[in-house]
Design a protein around this ligand. Sequence first.
Ligand code: PDD
Length: 286
Amino acid sequence: MTARVFLNGQWLPPAEARVSVMDRGFLFGDGVYEVIPVYSRRPFRLEQHLQRLQKSLDGIQLANPHGMAEWAGFVAQLAGEAEWEDQSIYIQVTRGPMALRNHAFPKEVRPTSVILAEPMTTPPASQREQGIAAVSAADIRWLRCDLKATSLLANCLLRQMAVAAGCVETVLFRDGFLTEGSASSIFVVKDGVLLAPIQNHLMLPGITYDVILELAASHGLRHEVRDVTEAETRSADELWMCSSTKEVLPIVSLDGRRVGAGGTPGPVFAAMYAWYQEFKSTVMRG
Ligand code: PDD
């Protein structure tokens, strides 16, 4: 972690950044968060991340303790002083402490806000070159997956299923349709067309998902945003997972079965990966 973390308006050494055991984030998971990738000390898609933070806060009826410019300033400060060039910056805002344990909101809310940086560990080249394995599971989460809430127990259990099976991600299906991964967005490629599930209350509006669709549009890759069935996912030519920290990775096996004909990363993935890296470097050059 960084030498300093930001907690409620103060920059503190991590050991001194303490939160009450009565914090609703701790007791109820009553909070929201963001994970912002930073490349060469430049935050990637900062505005979009901060807008999504605002939407998550609105969704849980919690006033934003900081303005957009203020958040951007904190992020810039951390990005500038952390010891790593590439970082992932974590923001969390909870509904703060309460006097007695009570599910209902306190009358006077004093939100807890935290920002810290960690080194960015992009996936090893082997995962990109050989692809990764995934399992699938029923999406057991709640019906507001569009909010980036800190109450992530279901996501943790679902991700652990993948890890226990020696895999990287768990692909989720709800009522016969693809939603997303336990901590990623999922894309399907079929007959050269990129298929993306519709962003609704059943999935997080991924920032990387948006980048990928923008790149598909600007490079003329055919794409459809629509409901994607479990059957389409299982018979995909290519399957990808993407997130701010994983960027985009090819899934080459699902529940032990090969994805596509070869069970190797596909040509559409190779093109998208190259476009993504090119886009990143253009943005980072300013
Ligand atoms: N998670 N869906 C879920 C459930 C996620 O947790 C994430 C990212 C995504 C991808 O969103 P984005 O492209 O904006 O990172 C989709 C982050 C990285 C995390 O929880 O650590």
